[in-house]
Design a protein around this ligand. Structure first.
Ligand SMILES: NC(=O)C1=CN([C@@H]2O[C@H](COP(=O)(O)OP(=O)(O)OC[C@H]3O[C@@H](n4cnc5c(N)ncnc54)[C@H](O)[C@@H]3O)[C@@H](O)[C@H]2O)[C@@H](O)CC1
Ligand SMILES: Nc1ncnc2c1ncn2[C@@H]1O[C@H](COP(=O)(O)OP(=O)(O)OP(=O)(O)O)[C@@H](O)[C@H]1O
Length: 804
């Protein structure tokens, strides 16, 4: 019998570990997708606090670990709420507290089924879709069944036939009965083996294991690691951390393994209400404290006693070095295991104790509650999953008054839109009735704002007006005309760019992207290309650093190692100009993007890089530092792939651009055309600067180089390189006032949109200037030559040369 108990425990320890790992991996995947693209937690908190508190206080309180700890506590307190619910059931409603075996058994059964419902819902609505988005449904299901197989194997290896649910659950059941009815302990084999003096201190923390809560081991086991995911998420992303905190807090209430699982045995063990609540509170708090301490020691010391948790934390820390596809496969496997636990373990027990009807009802209730909980989280904080963004926006026909409740990830303030469209100067803010583009109304895209920068030709037709959104970018440009700052700048601090492109056929495209970056003001530009295009590119320009690395005769792993060396030295990569659609070139580009994501680099995708996205959206999905620059053809193909209805004739570009951005997890999209339309899934900006009538090739390549340079500057700005005080700037977004006829409307503009808008205006104006000069014979080369001059005009550096 002892042997059997040991094997059951071993099995259960494995399953619990996997469950915890699943959770941690799940959070890691979400982190992985979003970590670099959103504001870090301290940036958000700093932005909020600095409005009311002094700079020093705000800095102290916005310390990443302080905030992450607070969020972890919130998440962990779900356990405490679980305790409250249990006491409510027992004390107020009377379920399970009357000492009759029927009702207490029913409570156990009902809660088991409830947990099964929660787990099934999470498996099929969270794990599986998340994995599918990355590796596709076929592979996801294959790995799901691998999980099922693993469960079966564990069951076969660790559990002999004598293991029955009745055995383990009878113990819990008996124990509840023993204590709640104040009868002498029932003479089950297991209870006989325990010393009576220990009975009071020994509880079953869940259906499987026996935990002595007064022992060190017991205490540690009570310190569950569920909040670790929140803690780690919050370290990197405010909204995700908050969202997870609330989601886990809500999950913790119903889950057997949390509050109720702790509370029921405690209560059954004769604990008073205060004792029960105190323990559940301590459990939750202990989690958060533990996580805080663990992070403080940074895993430098791994003690034996912390072994199981160390494994989980190890996954959390080192998991971020795994590729998204590996993590997605793990999710699918864990989904399979969770499914088995629900169907094979929990539900049969539930039926046994609560009866079929109650068990089924409770299972669906579990699903429904977690559905409501997650919807509530989504409603208030947005959805971290790219695959359901569009569905959500259409499902919820929300009142526009709810706008202020949506926290834009890049936003500090998101004002309630004005009722009517207003126009002054060249700015039109769309938000409500009376606008010709009524489809853009808030009901359809509740979290979005649409801003159209009107014709920049100006009232006098001089084309001299610079929109406020572009003016705002000026503050982030290295001020070369300010000797106090420029004297301190070193080579490379004004932007280091890598272009991945250039193939046997195309050598011009990467050259244009690279030269545009340099002519806009980047310090260094590398090009990683096919050897057959490198000589040509070198001949075009001595300023570009050309690496003939993407060589089909070299093993791909070696190529990637060489490229990683360059990736470590740049701020931004541009993938696609002249890359070609050759399978080898596309594979190399895919791997480079994966590494660039890991390094948190800005990624601009253009031309054949967009073909790559079209073939495999997961490569960029959810990475908010990505900027896609499609022309109308590429845009249509991407919309088609992401099932976004779009017809160029219908002239609803704004809607479609917003939808595409959302469907790809809020990457920034700039659709090039007569008006350039930009969206980051939150805000949609249309730039209607007058360009040129020429449509020569290479203009898009130039644009990608210009945008990349602006993105590089965003990084330099945040590092404080371009300011006199050298202070690190926390803000990612900038709040811009758009003058309307009656009021000032503020919108928060992300760095990515700022870069795209600036690039768009600069490029169109350059194109126009080049056309004025050369007419029909204007080419991208002429534009590249004109870029610098137009830049200094747009960004008010016309007197730059005189001053220097
Ligand atoms: N000098 C060079 O080396 C240049 C190389 N380029 C490279 O050439 C490769 C292919 O780019 P493409 O733009 O030709 O590839 P696309 O797949 O976008 O174009 C393929 C075909 O579709 C047509 N097309 C393009 N845009 C369209 C639209 N909006 N609506 C309908 N049809 C459209 C094109 O005329 C072409 O015949 C890329 O790698 C690109 O970077 C271009 O950037 C142009 C300059
Ligand atoms: N109909 C148009 N009217 C005005 N400007 C346009 C129009 N179409 C494109 N542009 C501008 O031309 C530039 C390049 O856009 P285009 O659609 O040619 O990109 P592309 O096809 O990717 O270029 P490339 O030839 O480099 O691959 C952008 O700045 C865009 O704003």
């Amino acid at each position: 019998m002892q042997g059997m108990t040991a094997t059951i425990k071993a099995n259960n320890a494995n399953l619990k570990l996997m469950g915890a790992q699943h959770e941690t991996i799940n959070r890691c995947v979400k982190n992985f997708q979003i970590v670099a693209g959103r504001m870090a937690i301290n940036e958000v908190v700093f932005a909020l606090l600095s409005k009311t508190l002094s700079g020093e206080t705000a800095t102290a309180l916005s310390d990443t670990r302080v905030v992450a700890f607070v969020l972890s506590v919130i998440a962990s307190l779900g356990t405490f709420l679980g305790g409250l619910v249990t006491l409510f059931l027992v004390r107020v409603i009377g379920i399970g507290g009357d000492g009759t075996s029927g009702t207490s058994g029913t409570l156990v059964g009902v809660l088991q089924a409830f947990s099964a419902g929660v787990m099934l819902y999470m498996t099929f609505m969270d794990l599986v879709p998340e994995a599918s988005a990355e590796i596709g449904s076929r592979e996801t299901m294959l790995y799901f069944f691998v999980g099922v197989g693993i469960f079966g194997l564990l069951e076969a290896v660790f559990l002999d036939d004598s293991h029955s649910h009745a055995d383990t659950h009878d113990n819990l059941h008996d124990h509840i009965l023993e204590k709640s009815s104040s009868q002498p302990p029932k003479k089950s084999k297991k209870s006989r083996s325990r010393s009576p003096s220990k009975t009071k201190q020994t509880i079953k923390a869940d259906k499987h294991e026996t935990v002595d809560i007064t022992s060190e081991k017991g205490k540690k086991q009570l310190l569950r690691t569920k909040g670790l995911g929140v803690y780690l998420s919050a370290l990197s992303d405010a909204r995700l951390g908050l969202q997870l905190a609330i989601a886990i807090c809500l999950h913790n209430i119903p889950l057997m393994q949390e509050g109720m699982a702790v509370a029921i045995p405690l209560y059954a063990a004769g604990g008073s209400s205060f004792y029960v609540l105190g323990m559940t509170f301590a459990n939750g708090l202990g989690e958060a404290t533990f996580m805080h301490q663990m992070t403080s020691i940074q895993l430098k010391r791994t003690t034996k006693t912390a072994e199981p948790i160390g494994v989980i934390i190890g996954v959390a820390f080192f998991g971020s070095y795994l590729t998204p596809s590996v993590l997605s496969r793990s999710l699918a496997v864990v989904g399979g295991i969770m499914c088995c636990i629900s169907i094979h373990e929990l539900q049969p027990t539930a039926i046994r104790y609560a009866g079929q009807s109650r068990a089924s009802a409770s299972l669906f209730a579990g699903m429904f509650v977690v559905f409501c909980a997650l919807e509530a989280v989504t409603e208030y904080f947005g959805h971290p999953h790219s695959h359901s963004e569009i569905d959500h926006s259409h499902l919820h026909n929300r009142n526009s008054n709810h706008h202020h409740q949506h926290i834009a990830s890049d936003s500090i303030v998101n004002k309630v839109p004005k009722e009517r469209a207003v126009e002054k100067e060249s700015n039109i803010v769309w938000s409500g009735d009376g606008d010709s583009s009524s489809d853009l109304k808030s009901e359809k895209f509740p979290t979005a704002k649409f801003v159209r920068k009107g014709s920049l030709a100006g009232e006098d037709g001089t084309n001299s007006h610079v929109p406020s959104i572009v003016k705002a970018a000026s503050s982030r440009i290295p001020p070369l005309n300010d000797p106090a700052v420029s004297a301190a700048l070193r080579k490379g601090q004004s932007g280091r760019i890598l272009v991945v492109g250039g193939s046997e056929e195309y050598s011009g495209a990467p050259f244009y992207a690279g030269i545009a970056a340099l002519r806009t003001g980047a310090d260094i530009c590398h090009i990683a290309c096919h050897p057959l295009s490198s000589a040509a590119i070198k001949t075009y320009s001595a300023d570009l650093i050309v690496h003939p690395l993407i060589d089909p005769t070299i093993p791909i792993d070696q190529i990637i190692l060489d490229v990683i060396d360059i990736l470590k030295r740049v701020h931004v990569i541009i993938v696609g100009p002249g890359l070609s659609r050759n399978a080898f070139m596309q594979e190399v580009a895919t791997r480079i993007i994966e590494h660039a994501r890991e390094l948190g680099l800005y990624i601009v995708l253009d031309a054949d890089g967009l073909f790559l996205v079209q073939e495999k959206p997961s490569v960029i999905s959810g990475y908010r530092k990505a900027v896609l620059t499609p022309n109308s053809g590429e845009f249509m193909r991407l919309c088609d792939k992401m099932n976004i209805p779009f017809s160029p004739l219908a002239k609803k570009e704004e809607e479609a651009v917003l939808a595409l951005s959302k469907s790809l997890g809020k990457v920034t999209v700039i659709l090039k055309g007569h008006n350039d339309v930009i969206s980051d899934g939150q805000l949609c900006v249309s730039i209607s600067e007058t360009g040129s009538p020429r449509r020569c090739g290479g203009q898009g390549d130039l644009l990608s180089g210009v945008i990349a340079t602006f993105l590089g500057w965003m990084k330099g700005f945040q590092e404080g390189l371009y300011s006199r005080d050298g202070k690190v700037r926390h803000e990612n977004a900038i709040t811009i006032d758009l003058q309307s006829d009656s009021a000032v409307e503020s919108v928060d503009v992300s760095s990515e949109i700022l870069a795209c808008a600036s690039g768009s205006v600069l490029l169109k104006r350059t194109s126009r200037r080049a056309f004025d000069m050369k007419g029909r014979s204007m080419t991208a080369t002429v534009m590249a030559d004109t870029l610098g001059q137009v830049f200094s005009e747009v960004f008010d550096e016309a007197d730059f040369k005189k001053r220097n």
